[in-house]
Design a protein around this ligand. Structure first.
Ligand SMILES: C[C@@](CO)(OP(=O)(O)O)[C@H](O)COP(=O)(O)OP(=O)(O)OC[C@H]1O[C@@H](n2ccc(N)nc2=O)[C@H](O)[C@@H]1O
Ligand SMILES: Nc1ncnc2c1ncn2[C@@H]1O[C@H](COP(=O)(O)OP(=O)(O)O)[C@@H](O)[C@H]1O
Length: 289
């Protein structure tokens, strides 16, 4: 019987993010092209008598409000089992950053507990349960490249793109997703993404076209509050990036680079010239086909 498991909980970036309208349930209807990264938290699971959580980051809730804890409690309730689990989170993904760290930890716990607790759940069951924890959780369960619609929980998997170097820069501010959506004003948006043409570019494996088409309508809200986001974007492009954008509700800005050397040079310039946490990583492909 499996007693322990370690799962990688990958970060995500949004290659496009469009808001299509406000829904009766208070959420926003979105169309987003999402991409997982190699950057990942490590989620260690061990059989236990109750649900326990331990993290290496003092800023992270170590109680029932942690999304990883909530994922385990949800599965226990839904499947009517009384097993427990000790969850240890090794955080590598910056928090409240627009990189879905919490959602990805929750997705990793859901996947891990299906194995550890031997639960008869299909990927569709897990996706439905994940969506009740957060709109980004279903994407984190699938990974790779995908179109997310609805409030973000309806996932259409896309063809994998070749792996590409990515540089992340997170300015030292935390952004709450709910307040960004609340501050969204359609009339303030200058450009919407051309989602259809990015989908075509992805189907052709054409990174160059994707990089030219990166647009996130939530930038208009977060940049207003944190102008350093626009400065970092410009710096990345000046330093040789092939495309740059804010991820999700921010404040992390990412850029893509032609090769590892250019990515390292961009990271060095950012580290010297701006106040931000800088990480070099790569896009990652789906783990199971
Ligand atoms: C903006 C995005 C883009 O990928 O990511 P992050 O910046 O959080 O990483 C997502 O839409 C975030 O998804 P997630 O972080 O799971 O949000 P949720 O917990 O579902 O929702 C948090 C709050 O954001 C608002 N919300 C979220 C999703 C959506 N489509 N419309 C909304 O209005 C709601 O006010 C909700 O109460
Ligand atoms: N396991 C977790 N990892 C990170 N944040 C978590 C976790 N559980 C709950 N949270 C809370 O969720 C909020 C959003 O975190 P995160 O998922 O990292 O950001 P984002 O939604 O911007 O991608 C944070 O303020 C944090 O307190």
């Amino acid at each position: 019987m499996v007693q322990t498991l370690t799962i990688s909980a990958r970060a995500k970036i949004n290659l496009t993010l469009d808001v299509l309208g406000k829904r009766p349930d208070g959420y926003h209807e979105v169309a987003m092209i999402m991409q997982t990264l190699e950057l990942a938290d490590l989620v260690h699971l061990r059989q236990a008598d109750s649900i326990l959580i331990e993290t290496d980051n003092p800023r992270l809730p170590g109680d029932e409000s942690n999304l990883a804890y909530r994922a385990a409690a949800l599965l226990r309730r839904e499947c009517g089992v009384d097993h427990g689990v000790h969850i240890r989170l090794e955080k590598k993904i910056p928090m409240a950053a627009g990189l879905a760290g919490g959602s990805s930890d929750a997705a990793a716990v859901l996947k891990g507990l299906v194995q550890l607790w031997k639960l008869p759940l299909t990927p569709e069951d897990l996706s439905r349960l994940g969506a009740s924890l957060g709109s980004d959780v279903p994407f984190c369960l699938y990974g790779g490249t995908a179109l997310a619609t609805g409030r973000g929980e309806v996932i259409t998997q896309l063809q994998d793109l070749p792996s590409r170097p990515v540089v992340l820069a997170k300015p030292p501010v935390d952004v709450a997703t709910a307040s960004v959506y609340k501050g969204y004003r359609p009339e303030a948006v200058v450009v919407h993404p051309d989602t259809q043409s990015v989908l075509t570019a992805i189907s052709q494996g054409n990174w160059h076209k994707v990089e030219q088409s990166l647009v996130n309508v939530l930038e208009s809200v977060t940049v207003n509050e944190h102008p350093q986001i626009a400065i970092i974007k410009a710096m990345m492009l000046n330093a040789g990036a092939t495309g740059s954008l804010m991820s999700g509700s921010g404040p992390t800005v990412f850029c893509l680079a032609e090769n590892d050397d250019t990515a390292q040079q961009i990271a060095q310039r950012l580290t010297q010239e701006c106040k931000a946490e800088v990480i070099v990583t790569r896009t990652s492909q789906r783990e199971t086909k």
